[in-house]
Ligand binder design. Sequence first.
Ligand SMILES: Cc1cc2nc3c(=O)[nH]c(=O)nc-3n(C[C@H](O)[C@H](O)[C@H](O)COP(=O)(O)OP(=O)(O)OC[C@H]3O[C@@H](n4cnc5c(N)ncnc54)[C@H](O)[C@@H]3O)c2cc1C
Length: 341
Amino acid sequence: MVMSFQFPAYFTAIFIITRVMSIMKISKPLDVHHKDIRAVDLATKLSVDPSAIESASRDFGGIVKAEPEAVLHPSAPQDIAALIKFSYSNSVPFGIAAKGHGHSVRGQAMAENGVVVDMRSMANNRRNGTGIRVSIDRLYADVGGEQLWIDVLNATLEYGLAPVSWTDYLYLTVGGTLSNAGISGQTFRYGPQISNVLEMDVITGKADFLTCSPRMNSELFYAVLGGLGQFGIITRARIPLQPAPKGVKWVRLLYDDFSSFTKDQELLISKNGRKDKSALDYLEGSLLMDQGSPDNWRSSFFPHKDHPKIISLITKHGIIYCLEIVKHYDDRTKHTVDKVN
Ligand SMILES: Cc1cc2nc3c(=O)[nH]c(=O)nc-3n(C[C@H](O)[C@H](O)[C@H](O)COP(=O)(O)OP(=O)(O)OC[C@H]3O[C@@H](n4cnc5c(N)ncnc54)[C@H](O)[C@@H]3O)c2cc1C
């Protein structure tokens, strides 16, 4: 998508935005007791509490550790803008990083000597936070960047609707996965989550609030999606919805032969039209290996009674290949779902 922009215009825009955001990453230590920061009404939301600093210094990966000077607990996007504005107004700005649910594996949401913005604080503030708002008529949800996908699912299901593209694991924030890619078993058919966004509200490195979409501020839109927080902070994303499935047929196919496994997978992936009724709704491949406990091969995905058989297959072949497929059905199609494909 990005490549389709006019070359010079795109690179000029990216250069400017990257420069602005890289200024934010220059790590001049922040003096949280500086009189100017007290004056911008942020002091009460900036925490230097050791447990907040410790939590912001780590992520799921546990490989990198980087201590910020402070953690911002915003109650509204305006707090984030005020922090960025304050940093930008310094002769040498301090680093700022948005943190979603901290499930990065290599320090992507850390800001050494700077400020980590704990986006989840806004989820606790229902009055000022951006929340989750569903448009039933127009089939989209306006979702705060701080929201977890599990909460988006629960909110949209209340109206019988659901987003089209997911991550497998749902305890990740909307801002966090849209800054990456967001992939799951729907990606072969609908694209990753970053291909399923209608528009976003972003706070830029100059603390401007901008709405962007494929037609409005499009350079910013495509830079922020998959941009690892380097081009702005997502405070709202408009996510397209479709009717949630009434029922799902869930099948796991096991192979001991790699060629048959990939041949079948490629065949099933080749039927990927959004409106193609024969296309699967979910498809993922995985490996079951003879290593450690049964949990290494997602044993909970299989009926308990099948475990001994699966373990004997793994022991015999050393490695087993699994295709996990799903087909949605409703009252009209429940009698034919087994015949599709
Ligand atoms: C157990 C586990 C399961 C996973 N499963 C999947 C999966 O099924 N599919 C998949 O695609 N990925 C998966 N991932 C990877 C995960 O999607 C990414 O690491 C994701 O970025 C983490 O989201 P987070 O909310 O924890 O964000 P963080 O780790 O907190 O942040 C990730 C990046 O996004 C930036 N960021 C966070 N919020 C914002 C915002 N509002 N605006 C701008 N930038 C922001 C941060 O600065 C950082 O660069 C998994 C990771 C783990 C640990």
